[in-house]
Structure formats: C-alpha cells, structure tokens
Design a protein around this ligand. Structure first.
Ligand code: NDP
Ligand code: MG
Length: 383
C-alpha cells in the first residue's frame, strides 16, 4: 500500500506532536514529508531523527546551524524562515498538509498549499477568521479537500456528511467553558495566565488555552463555522458543555439532532482529516458510555465573557473586522501570558482596536496583511 505523505506545519506544538502520534500509530498508512517549527530546535531535531522526513524548516534563523549540523548525517533537507516553507510546499509531492501553526502565521503557507492542490487538514482557525473569503474562493478554484481538525468543526463536518445543508436549522457549537467557567466577575479581574493554563479537559498550546478561558476561542470558532459551512451567525448557537464529550451538534428542520461524540482527544479529528472519506482503526482510548453518566449543558454568560459577542459582532460587520479582532486578540493574549495585563484587558484591547482601525468592506490579501500589522501596532500601544 502506498502511504499518504503528510507535511506538518507546526510539528512541535500540541496539535503537531499529536499528529506525529497518529502517524506512529498508523505507520503503514502515513509517512511524513516535512516538519516545521518556530524556534523549538531541540524537539524538531528529535522528531526528524525519528521520522526521517524529506525536509525540515526552522523559522528562527538563529537555530538553523544547530538543526543543520544535528541532521547532517541524514538524508534530510534543512531550511530556515517562512519563505523556505512556502518554497518547499511549491516542490513537495506530499498529498496532505496539516496546518498546526498557531495564529496569523499560518496564512501564507496555507494559501500556497491550496494552490498546489494539497489536501488541507486545518487545525489553525485564525486563517479562516482573518481571510475566510480569500481561502474559500481558492479552495473552490483548486477544488481541494479542506478538512477541519478543530474538534467542533470536525464534528460538524461528520454530522453534515450526506446531508442537505438547506435542511439545517441550527448549529450547536459546544464549548468546555474553560477553567474560569464558574468564576465571578470580581474574581476574573484578578486571575492570572498561570491559572488559565490548567484547562479542565483539553491539553493545548498556550494561546488557544487563554482563548478558551476568555471564550474568544468559541468566538473564533463561530467565524470558522461561517466560512467552512456557510451558516449565518443567527444559525450558530454556543452551548457550554464542560465534559467536552459532545463535540458539536446539528439540528435539522424535522427536529432531529445529530451529534458527534468521542473522548476529548485531538488525535481523533487529526486522523479523520487524514483518512476522510474513510475511517482507519487505531489504538486510541474509546468512549465508554458507562462513564458518561453526567453530561451537562448551560448557556454562555456574555457579561462575564464578552469576547464571544465581540466575535459575533466582527462576523456580522465582515470585511477586515475579523482580521482586526484576531490581531488585537493575538497581541492581548501574548501580553496576558506575560502578566502585563489583566483578564478584562483582553476584550478591552480587542474592542478599542475594532473601534479605531478603519473598516475595509472587501479587503484584498495585501489589505488584510496591512490591517494585521496596523492592528498589532495599535493594540501594543494601548497595553
Ligand atoms: P502550539 O502553540 O502548541 O504550537 C504551535 C506550533 O506552531 C509550534 O510548532 C510552533 O513552533 C509553531 N509556531 C508558533 N508560532 C509560529 C510562527 N509565528 N511561525 C511559525 N511557526 C510558529 O499551538 P497548538 O498546537 O495548540 O495550536 C495550533 C493551532 O491549532 C492553533 O491555531 C489552534 O487554534 C488550533 N487548534 C488547537 C487545538 C489544540 O488542542 N491544541 C484544538 C483546535 C485547534 P515552536 O514549538 O517552535 O514554538
Ligand atoms: Mg475547538
């Protein structure tokens, strides 16, 4: 059997390392074409020695010689910088590119991978938030498989397989509610990033873990849902489900609801994005209904968690506004992680950035890149 060749953008992160576990678990089906990291040279080298990809790229140029020397005895090409990733995707023969770089940095490699007709396994949600329209039109133009890895969107994708989208009444995006779900507003004024990093059900990278605590993650996912499936903001409901077992649901016009359930384990949606339209057996732990006695649901509290509504508003305004929301959020989350600002400064910085930066209704890619830069500078200035 010819193995599926996969390129992993962001192999040293939470999603990237779990994707490598998927490859290890099914090594007769999957092989790795390339790996990339931002600055974690040590882990990138370790992964490359184990998997012998055709190429690795380290973004941080200061780490290049270390990676190059450490792999010099192996038949692995070593590059550095973002442009090298784009150049390598241009010549790569891999079938699938997993996009597990966090934030805006995922955008340019995704656009190149679509143009080269790779299957896209998309973990990075910021790419669709920032440039959904451009990405969607390229996906249609090059007719590529564009499979979400985000657990909620993988769930929706699976619930919608074989269904008529016109018969969908409502999408119910589930959310764990994050580590501060039951905190009062007064308490939230004092919470630190270190407390947020103890997520109750998912073990994820730092940025998404803070987004999960503010509910901005769910807001970004509402926008992601819009671009992936074309549902209107009014059709997308958010429901807090702390156990993270139901990954999302679709309600149809006849009153039926389809849900996708599994252990909160990202290896499952990662593998599905590789195996679609098939399902491959694996050794991951399975859901046991006898342990699911207590599934609970509640409405999100928009007053304590204003980021969710900011994202709905950005989606309704459209144009470059979701790009502003994303850039301001990336800057604010970074500052919060460094203990430079408080929890409620995150929505403040996002709100002020959206109010300040000019709206562009039909932005070009260059205008989105400029919006991103301008917003980052503005957001830094109000920290
Ligand atoms: P991590 O922070 O754990 O990993 C990010 C990866 O991208 C690392 O390999 C990192 O390299 C690399 N990277 C970070 N910044 C840059 C940059 N500026 N340029 C190039 N490479 C960069 O993130 P996660 O794995 O948690 O998340 C990845 C994406 O997947 C995010 O968009 C997130 O929203 C999404 N996602 C994550 C989920 C999860 O469970 N973790 C669930 C659903 C979606 P290095 O290690 O060297 O810093
Ligand atoms: Mg998610």
């Amino acid at each position: 059997m010819k193995r599926q060749s996969i390129g992993i953008l962001g192999s040293t992160g939470s999603i990237g390392t779990q994707a490598i576990e998927v490859v290890r678990d099914n090594s007769e089906r999957y092989e790795v074409d390339f790996l990339t990291a931002n600055s974690n040279a040590e882990l990138l080298i370790k992964q490359a020695i184990e998997l012998i990809p055709n190429a690795v790229v380290i973004y941080d140029e200061t780490q290049y010689s270390l990676v190059k020397e450490s792999l010099s005895h192996l038949p692995i090409k070593v590059f550095c910088g973002e442009q090298s990733v784009i150049d390598y995707i241009d010549i790569s023969e891999c079938q699938t590119v997993l996009v597990a770089i966090s934030g805006f940095a995922g955008l340019m490699p995704v656009l190149k991978a679509i143009e080269k007709k790779k299957r896209i396994a998309l973990a990075n949600k910021e790419v669709l938030v920032v440039a959904g329209e451009i990405v969607k039109s390229l996906v249609e133009k090059y007719r590529v498989d564009f499979i979400p890895v985000d657990s909620e969107h993988s769930a929706l994708f699976q619930c919608l397989m074989g269904e008529d989208l016109n018969q969908v009444e409502k999408i119910i995006l589930t959310a764990s509610g994050g580590p501060f779900r039951n905190f009062t507003k007064e308490h939230l004024l004092t919470v630190k990033a270190s407390q947020a990093l103890c997520h109750p059900t998912w073990k994820m990278g730092n940025k998404i873990t803070i987004d999960s605590a503010t509910l901005m993650n769910k807001g970004l996912e509402v926008i992601e849902t819009f671009w992936l499936f074309g549902f209107m903001p009014e059709q997308i409901d958010v429901l807090i489900h702390p156990q993270s077992v139901i990954h999302s649901m679709v309600q149809f016009s006849d009153g039926s609801i389809k849900a996708q359930l599994s252990k909160p384990d990202m290896k499952i949606p990662i593998q599905f994005a590789f195996s679609f339209p098939y399902r491959h057996a694996n050794t991951f732990e399975k859901t046991s209904f006898s342990h699911l006695a207590n599934l609970t649901f509640e409405k999100p509290d928009h007053e304590r968690f204003p980021c969710l509504n900011l994202a709905y508003q950005a989606l309704k305004k459209g144009g470059n506004v979701p790009c502003i929301l994303n850039a301001a959020n990336e800057i604010a989350v970074d500052a919060y992680l460094k203990d430079k600002i408080g929890f409620y400064d995150i929505p403040r910085i996002v709100y002020e950035s959206i109010s300040k930066i000019s709206l562009i209704q039909q932005p070009t890619l260059q205008q989105l890149i400029d919006t991103d830069k301008e917003t980052r500078i503005f957001a830094q200035s109000i920290i």
